[in-house]
Write a protein that binds this ligand. Structure first.
Ligand SMILES: O=C(O)CCC(=O)C(=O)O
Ligand SMILES: [Fe+2]
Length: 202
């Protein structure tokens, strides 16, 4: 037995965090249908932010859905969460069954092609967070997703395929950054859903 053969359910991080790739939780046919439905039904908007006084509008599109409609402020822009669509609820239930965890909100990102990505960051907005577990579901073009340790700078790459589930847990956000690097190799769109547990008051 090759002990170094990658077990897809093993922790991909060597220390100070837990990242588990569950692999594909949907068949290609199911994932195709979900991609199409999300592409058409989600209320996609360009993301906006004020970063160092500059108003930034991304090409990448985003949407927030949650158990309740509520306002939240992120990068100095106030946004309103939308209430789950039936498709999102079905995906949330599948993720909850697979992981044994529960989530109350979801950030969706639509990358039209490989020229769009997301820069190094960690998802640790303290005001919002009650749990650090994040479930990431991907549809469409396969893309590389990278982790970088905040002090050692060690890098770990993983490929996120059509219908796959990746879990980021424990101290991952505290000690590691992640990003979706842009790439010239990908011409097709990708949709990513990150299910989170956030504390909201309204
Ligand atoms: O598109 C992805 O795979 C990751 C998105 C992400 O990191 C985020 O929404 O915080
Ligand atoms: Fe993130």
């Amino acid at each position: 037995m090759d002990l170094f053969n990658q077990n897809p359910m093993a922790n991909l991080l060597p220390y100070e965090g837990t990242v588990i790739l569950h692999g594909n939780i949907y068949t290609i046919a199911e994932a195709n249908t979900l991609f199409k439905t999300l592409f058409e039904e989600i209320e996609w908007e360009n993301d906006q932010a004020y970063i160092m006084g500059k108003h930034i509008i991304t090409k990448r599109k985003v949407a927030w859905y949650a158990n309740e409609s509520y306002d939240y402020t992120y990068s100095n822009v106030t946004k309103r969460a939308l209430v789950w669509t039936p498709t999102l609820l079905k995906i949330k239930e599948k993720v909850e069954q697979t992981t044994g965890l529960t989530f109350n909100s979801c950030l969706l990102n639509l990358y039209h092609d490989g020229s769009e990505g997301m820069a190094w960051h960690s998802d640790n907005e303290k005001a919002l967070r009650v749990s650090t577990d994040i479930a990431s579901v991907s549809f469409g073009a396969e893309r590389k997703f990278s982790f970088k340790h905040k002090t050692s700078k060690e890098k770990i790459d993983v490929f996120l395929s059509h219908g796959s589930l990746l879990m980021m847990q424990g101290t991952t956000q505290e000690y590691w950054l992640h990003r979706l690097p842009p790439t010239k190799k990908v011409q097709k769109p990708r949709i990513n859903l990150t299910f989170r547990t956030i504390q909201y008051t309204n």
